[in-house]
Write a protein that binds this ligand. Structure first.
Ligand code: SAM
Length: 304
Protein backbone atom coordinates (compact mmCIF):
# COMPACT_ATOMS: atom_id res chain seq x y z
CA UNK A 1 0.00 0.00 0.00
CA UNK A 2 1.27 3.44 -1.02
CA UNK A 3 1.15 5.75 2.01
CA UNK A 4 3.46 8.60 2.96
CA UNK A 5 3.41 12.08 4.56
CA UNK A 6 2.97 13.83 1.20
CA UNK A 7 0.05 12.74 -0.96
CA UNK A 8 2.18 13.51 -4.04
CA UNK A 9 4.75 11.36 -5.81
CA UNK A 10 8.17 12.90 -6.34
CA UNK A 11 7.88 13.10 -10.16
CA UNK A 12 5.60 15.92 -11.39
CA UNK A 13 2.34 14.17 -12.24
CA UNK A 14 -1.27 14.61 -13.24
CA UNK A 15 -3.59 13.47 -10.40
CA UNK A 16 -7.08 12.51 -11.58
CA UNK A 17 -9.15 13.22 -8.48
CA UNK A 18 -12.74 12.13 -7.80
CA UNK A 19 -14.97 14.67 -6.02
CA UNK A 20 -18.37 14.24 -4.30
CA UNK A 21 -21.63 13.71 -6.22
CA UNK A 22 -23.47 15.92 -3.75
CA UNK A 23 -22.54 15.08 -0.18
CA UNK A 24 -19.43 17.11 0.68
CA UNK A 25 -18.40 14.42 3.15
CA UNK A 26 -17.60 12.15 0.22
CA UNK A 27 -14.33 13.93 -0.63
CA UNK A 28 -11.72 11.45 0.57
CA UNK A 29 -8.92 12.65 2.88
CA UNK A 30 -6.39 11.72 0.17
CA UNK A 31 -8.29 13.72 -2.45
CA UNK A 32 -8.40 16.75 -0.15
CA UNK A 33 -4.70 16.51 0.66
CA UNK A 34 -3.83 16.10 -3.03
CA UNK A 35 -5.86 19.17 -4.03
CA UNK A 36 -4.19 21.16 -1.25
CA UNK A 37 -0.68 20.03 -2.21
CA UNK A 38 -0.62 20.43 -6.01
CA UNK A 39 0.49 23.63 -7.75
CA UNK A 40 -2.51 23.80 -10.10
CA UNK A 41 -6.02 22.31 -10.04
CA UNK A 42 -7.51 21.89 -13.53
CA UNK A 43 -11.30 22.06 -13.19
CA UNK A 44 -14.25 21.67 -15.54
CA UNK A 45 -16.07 24.67 -14.05
CA UNK A 46 -13.73 26.78 -11.94
CA UNK A 47 -16.51 28.67 -10.09
CA UNK A 48 -18.26 25.42 -9.14
CA UNK A 49 -15.00 23.83 -8.00
CA UNK A 50 -14.01 26.93 -6.03
CA UNK A 51 -17.00 26.26 -3.75
CA UNK A 52 -15.83 22.68 -3.15
CA UNK A 53 -12.30 23.83 -2.39
CA UNK A 54 -13.56 26.61 -0.09
CA UNK A 55 -15.75 24.12 1.80
CA UNK A 56 -12.64 22.03 2.49
CA UNK A 57 -10.33 24.94 3.28
CA UNK A 58 -8.19 24.32 0.18
CA UNK A 59 -6.52 27.26 -1.57
CA UNK A 60 -5.54 26.41 -5.12
CA UNK A 61 -4.62 27.96 -8.45
CA UNK A 62 -7.41 26.93 -10.83
CA UNK A 63 -7.21 26.33 -14.57
CA UNK A 64 -10.29 25.68 -16.75
CA UNK A 65 -10.43 22.35 -18.61
CA UNK A 66 -13.74 21.50 -20.23
CA UNK A 67 -14.92 19.54 -23.23
CA UNK A 68 -14.49 22.55 -25.54
CA UNK A 69 -10.85 23.30 -24.68
CA UNK A 70 -9.47 19.94 -23.53
CA UNK A 71 -6.81 19.65 -26.26
CA UNK A 72 -5.62 23.25 -25.80
CA UNK A 73 -5.61 22.93 -22.00
CA UNK A 74 -3.65 19.67 -22.35
CA UNK A 75 -0.84 21.68 -23.94
CA UNK A 76 -0.82 24.10 -20.97
CA UNK A 77 -0.85 21.27 -18.44
CA UNK A 78 1.98 19.42 -20.19
CA UNK A 79 4.00 22.65 -20.14
CA UNK A 80 3.35 22.99 -16.38
CA UNK A 81 4.43 19.37 -15.77
CA UNK A 82 7.58 19.99 -17.84
CA UNK A 83 8.35 22.96 -15.53
CA UNK A 84 8.18 20.59 -12.55
CA UNK A 85 4.67 21.56 -11.38
CA UNK A 86 2.20 19.09 -9.89
CA UNK A 87 -1.32 19.22 -11.41
CA UNK A 88 -4.68 17.77 -10.33
CA UNK A 89 -7.75 17.31 -12.53
CA UNK A 90 -11.29 17.47 -11.14
CA UNK A 91 -14.72 17.72 -12.76
CA UNK A 92 -18.01 19.08 -11.41
CA UNK A 93 -18.94 15.84 -9.64
CA UNK A 94 -17.68 12.29 -9.44
CA UNK A 95 -14.78 10.74 -11.31
CA UNK A 96 -13.17 12.64 -14.21
CA UNK A 97 -13.21 10.94 -17.65
CA UNK A 98 -16.39 9.00 -16.80
CA UNK A 99 -18.90 10.77 -19.10
CA UNK A 100 -16.83 13.82 -18.28
CA UNK A 101 -13.74 15.54 -19.72
CA UNK A 102 -10.41 13.96 -18.85
CA UNK A 103 -9.67 11.01 -21.14
CA UNK A 104 -8.01 13.09 -23.88
CA UNK A 105 -5.94 14.94 -21.31
CA UNK A 106 -4.82 11.65 -19.74
CA UNK A 107 -3.70 10.33 -23.15
CA UNK A 108 -1.81 13.52 -24.01
CA UNK A 109 -0.07 13.71 -20.62
CA UNK A 110 0.98 10.07 -20.75
CA UNK A 111 2.21 10.44 -24.35
CA UNK A 112 4.29 13.41 -23.19
CA UNK A 113 5.99 11.08 -20.71
CA UNK A 114 4.48 12.30 -17.44
CA UNK A 115 2.85 10.00 -14.87
CA UNK A 116 -0.94 9.98 -14.42
CA UNK A 117 -2.11 9.05 -10.92
CA UNK A 118 -5.70 8.06 -10.05
CA UNK A 119 -7.14 9.38 -6.76
CA UNK A 120 -10.41 7.39 -6.67
CA UNK A 121 -13.68 8.23 -4.97
CA UNK A 122 -17.31 8.90 -5.85
CA UNK A 123 -18.76 7.82 -9.18
CA UNK A 124 -22.54 7.91 -9.84
CA UNK A 125 -22.52 4.67 -11.86
CA UNK A 126 -20.68 2.72 -9.17
CA UNK A 127 -22.74 4.23 -6.33
CA UNK A 128 -25.95 3.21 -8.15
CA UNK A 129 -24.64 -0.28 -8.93
CA UNK A 130 -23.72 -0.79 -5.28
CA UNK A 131 -27.41 -0.55 -4.31
CA UNK A 132 -29.08 -1.88 -7.48
CA UNK A 133 -29.01 -5.53 -6.44
CA UNK A 134 -27.57 -6.90 -9.67
CA UNK A 135 -27.08 -10.42 -8.36
CA UNK A 136 -25.84 -12.19 -11.47
CA UNK A 137 -23.49 -11.20 -14.25
CA UNK A 138 -21.52 -8.03 -14.70
CA UNK A 139 -22.46 -4.63 -16.00
CA UNK A 140 -21.91 -2.57 -19.10
CA UNK A 141 -21.46 1.16 -18.65
CA UNK A 142 -23.24 3.02 -21.46
CA UNK A 143 -23.38 6.55 -20.03
CA UNK A 144 -25.47 9.07 -21.97
CA UNK A 145 -27.58 7.85 -24.89
CA UNK A 146 -27.87 9.95 -28.07
CA UNK A 147 -30.30 12.83 -27.60
CA UNK A 148 -32.15 12.39 -30.92
CA UNK A 149 -34.98 9.87 -30.81
CA UNK A 150 -34.04 7.72 -33.81
CA UNK A 151 -30.38 7.52 -32.78
CA UNK A 152 -31.34 6.72 -29.18
CA UNK A 153 -33.62 3.88 -30.23
CA UNK A 154 -30.96 2.52 -32.55
CA UNK A 155 -28.43 2.60 -29.69
CA UNK A 156 -30.88 0.80 -27.39
CA UNK A 157 -31.63 -1.73 -30.10
CA UNK A 158 -27.94 -2.56 -30.38
CA UNK A 159 -27.96 -3.28 -26.61
CA UNK A 160 -31.16 -5.39 -26.58
CA UNK A 161 -29.36 -8.74 -26.38
CA UNK A 162 -26.78 -7.68 -23.76
CA UNK A 163 -26.81 -10.17 -20.89
CA UNK A 164 -25.06 -7.86 -18.43
CA UNK A 165 -26.87 -5.04 -16.65
CA UNK A 166 -26.79 -1.75 -18.58
CA UNK A 167 -25.86 1.46 -16.79
CA UNK A 168 -27.08 4.76 -18.23
CA UNK A 169 -26.73 8.42 -17.26
CA UNK A 170 -29.67 10.63 -18.21
CA UNK A 171 -30.65 14.28 -17.91
CA UNK A 172 -33.94 15.12 -16.14
CA UNK A 173 -35.61 16.62 -19.22
CA UNK A 174 -35.03 13.43 -21.21
CA UNK A 175 -35.52 10.72 -18.61
CA UNK A 176 -39.21 10.18 -19.39
CA UNK A 177 -38.75 9.66 -23.13
CA UNK A 178 -35.69 7.57 -22.42
CA UNK A 179 -37.52 5.04 -20.22
CA UNK A 180 -40.40 4.96 -22.74
CA UNK A 181 -37.93 3.99 -25.47
CA UNK A 182 -36.29 1.43 -23.18
CA UNK A 183 -39.68 -0.22 -22.58
CA UNK A 184 -40.40 -0.24 -26.34
CA UNK A 185 -37.05 -1.81 -27.20
CA UNK A 186 -36.28 -4.08 -24.20
CA UNK A 187 -39.89 -5.02 -23.40
CA UNK A 188 -42.16 -4.08 -20.49
CA UNK A 189 -40.98 -6.94 -18.25
CA UNK A 190 -37.30 -6.01 -18.04
CA UNK A 191 -36.36 -4.64 -14.56
CA UNK A 192 -35.32 -1.00 -14.22
CA UNK A 193 -33.47 0.48 -11.25
CA UNK A 194 -33.70 4.25 -10.84
CA UNK A 195 -31.13 6.08 -8.68
CA UNK A 196 -32.10 9.74 -8.35
CA UNK A 197 -30.11 12.43 -6.56
CA UNK A 198 -27.56 10.03 -5.10
CA UNK A 199 -26.00 11.21 -1.82
CA UNK A 200 -28.22 14.33 -1.81
CA UNK A 201 -31.14 15.43 0.35
CA UNK A 202 -33.79 14.01 -1.99
CA UNK A 203 -32.04 10.75 -2.81
CA UNK A 204 -34.53 8.20 -4.15
CA UNK A 205 -33.98 4.60 -5.20
CA UNK A 206 -36.64 2.47 -6.89
CA UNK A 207 -36.96 -0.80 -8.78
CA UNK A 208 -39.76 -1.52 -11.24
CA UNK A 209 -40.49 -3.30 -14.51
CA UNK A 210 -39.86 -0.98 -17.48
CA UNK A 211 -43.58 -1.16 -18.30
CA UNK A 212 -44.38 0.60 -15.00
CA UNK A 213 -41.67 3.28 -15.29
CA UNK A 214 -43.72 6.04 -16.92
CA UNK A 215 -46.45 5.71 -14.30
CA UNK A 216 -43.79 5.86 -11.55
CA UNK A 217 -42.32 9.09 -12.92
CA UNK A 218 -45.78 10.60 -13.48
CA UNK A 219 -46.94 9.81 -9.93
CA UNK A 220 -44.82 12.63 -8.47
CA UNK A 221 -43.53 15.71 -10.36
CA UNK A 222 -40.41 15.73 -8.16
CA UNK A 223 -39.33 12.44 -9.72
CA UNK A 224 -38.46 14.25 -12.93
CA UNK A 225 -36.07 16.56 -11.09
CA UNK A 226 -32.41 16.09 -10.30
CA UNK A 227 -29.82 13.68 -11.62
CA UNK A 228 -30.37 10.08 -12.62
CA UNK A 229 -28.60 6.81 -13.08
CA UNK A 230 -30.79 4.21 -14.81
CA UNK A 231 -29.81 0.56 -14.60
CA UNK A 232 -31.60 -1.98 -16.79
CA UNK A 233 -31.16 -5.63 -15.87
CA UNK A 234 -29.53 -7.81 -18.54
CA UNK A 235 -31.47 -9.66 -21.24
CA UNK A 236 -32.90 -13.01 -20.13
CA UNK A 237 -31.05 -16.12 -21.27
CA UNK A 238 -33.39 -16.88 -24.19
CA UNK A 239 -32.87 -13.41 -25.60
CA UNK A 240 -29.14 -13.40 -24.89
CA UNK A 241 -27.62 -12.90 -28.32
CA UNK A 242 -24.06 -11.98 -29.02
CA UNK A 243 -23.20 -8.88 -31.04
CA UNK A 244 -22.51 -10.88 -34.23
CA UNK A 245 -25.93 -12.57 -34.10
CA UNK A 246 -27.68 -9.23 -33.57
CA UNK A 247 -25.77 -7.60 -36.42
CA UNK A 248 -26.56 -10.50 -38.78
CA UNK A 249 -30.23 -10.43 -37.85
CA UNK A 250 -30.47 -6.64 -38.20
CA UNK A 251 -28.96 -6.79 -41.69
CA UNK A 252 -31.35 -9.55 -42.74
CA UNK A 253 -34.34 -7.76 -41.20
CA UNK A 254 -33.58 -4.72 -43.33
CA UNK A 255 -34.08 -6.81 -46.47
CA UNK A 256 -36.38 -9.72 -45.62
CA UNK A 257 -39.67 -10.54 -43.89
CA UNK A 258 -39.26 -11.17 -40.17
CA UNK A 259 -39.75 -14.94 -40.22
CA UNK A 260 -37.23 -15.49 -43.02
CA UNK A 261 -34.70 -13.17 -41.40
CA UNK A 262 -34.95 -15.05 -38.07
CA UNK A 263 -34.60 -18.47 -39.78
CA UNK A 264 -31.55 -17.41 -41.79
CA UNK A 265 -29.92 -15.64 -38.83
CA UNK A 266 -30.33 -18.81 -36.73
CA UNK A 267 -28.73 -20.91 -39.49
CA UNK A 268 -25.86 -18.47 -40.09
CA UNK A 269 -24.97 -17.71 -36.47
CA UNK A 270 -26.19 -20.76 -34.56
CA UNK A 271 -28.02 -18.46 -32.12
CA UNK A 272 -31.26 -19.61 -30.47
CA UNK A 273 -34.26 -18.99 -32.71
CA UNK A 274 -36.54 -17.75 -29.88
CA UNK A 275 -33.96 -15.19 -28.80
CA UNK A 276 -33.61 -13.97 -32.38
CA UNK A 277 -37.35 -13.84 -32.72
CA UNK A 278 -37.76 -11.68 -29.57
CA UNK A 279 -35.07 -9.33 -30.82
CA UNK A 280 -36.69 -9.12 -34.26
CA UNK A 281 -40.11 -8.34 -32.78
CA UNK A 282 -38.68 -5.65 -30.49
CA UNK A 283 -36.77 -4.12 -33.38
CA UNK A 284 -39.83 -4.07 -35.66
CA UNK A 285 -41.85 -2.49 -32.84
CA UNK A 286 -39.15 0.10 -32.32
CA UNK A 287 -38.85 0.80 -36.08
CA UNK A 288 -42.61 1.25 -36.27
CA UNK A 289 -42.36 3.92 -33.54
CA UNK A 290 -39.62 5.68 -35.47
CA UNK A 291 -40.79 7.40 -38.68
CA UNK A 292 -38.67 6.06 -41.54
CA UNK A 293 -39.11 4.71 -45.06
CA UNK A 294 -39.93 1.00 -44.77
CA UNK A 295 -39.04 -1.36 -47.59
CA UNK A 296 -41.23 -4.16 -46.24
CA UNK A 297 -44.47 -2.78 -44.90
CA UNK A 298 -45.89 -6.28 -44.50
CA UNK A 299 -47.47 -6.70 -41.04
CA UNK A 300 -47.17 -10.38 -40.20
CA UNK A 301 -48.27 -12.85 -37.60
CA UNK A 302 -44.90 -14.53 -38.03
CA UNK A 303 -43.86 -17.14 -35.51
CA UNK A 304 -40.41 -18.58 -34.99
N1 SAM B 1 -18.11 11.76 -13.88
C1 SAM B 1 -19.37 11.63 -13.19
C2 SAM B 1 -19.36 10.34 -12.38
O1 SAM B 1 -18.30 9.88 -12.00
O2 SAM B 1 -20.40 9.79 -12.10
C3 SAM B 1 -20.52 11.71 -14.12
C4 SAM B 1 -20.60 13.02 -14.87
S1 SAM B 1 -21.89 13.13 -16.02
C5 SAM B 1 -21.53 14.66 -16.81
C6 SAM B 1 -23.27 13.62 -15.04
C7 SAM B 1 -24.31 12.52 -14.94
O3 SAM B 1 -23.94 11.61 -13.90
C8 SAM B 1 -25.68 13.03 -14.55
O4 SAM B 1 -26.43 13.47 -15.68
C9 SAM B 1 -26.31 11.80 -13.93
O5 SAM B 1 -26.75 10.90 -14.93
C10 SAM B 1 -25.09 11.19 -13.21
N2 SAM B 1 -25.03 11.72 -11.85
C11 SAM B 1 -24.16 12.60 -11.34
N3 SAM B 1 -24.42 12.86 -10.05
C12 SAM B 1 -25.51 12.11 -9.74
C13 SAM B 1 -26.28 11.94 -8.56
N4 SAM B 1 -26.00 12.60 -7.44
N5 SAM B 1 -27.32 11.08 -8.58
C14 SAM B 1 -27.62 10.41 -9.71
N6 SAM B 1 -26.93 10.53 -10.85
C15 SAM B 1 -25.89 11.37 -10.87
Amino acid sequence: MKESASPLVSTPSLYVVATPLGNMGDLTPRARDTLAAVDVVAAEDTRHSQRLLDAHGVRARLLAVHQHNEQEAAGQIIALLAQGKQVALITDAGTPAISDPGARLVVRVREAGHPVVPVPGACAAIAALSVAGIVEGGFRFVGFLPTRTAARRAALQALAGERNALVFYEAPHRVRECVADMAAVFGDERELFVARELTKLHEELATMPLGAALAWFDADANRLRGEFVLIVHGAPAAAGLDAAAIRTLDLLLAELPLKTAVRLAAEITGAARNGLYSHALAKRQCDNLTPQPDKHTKKTNDHP
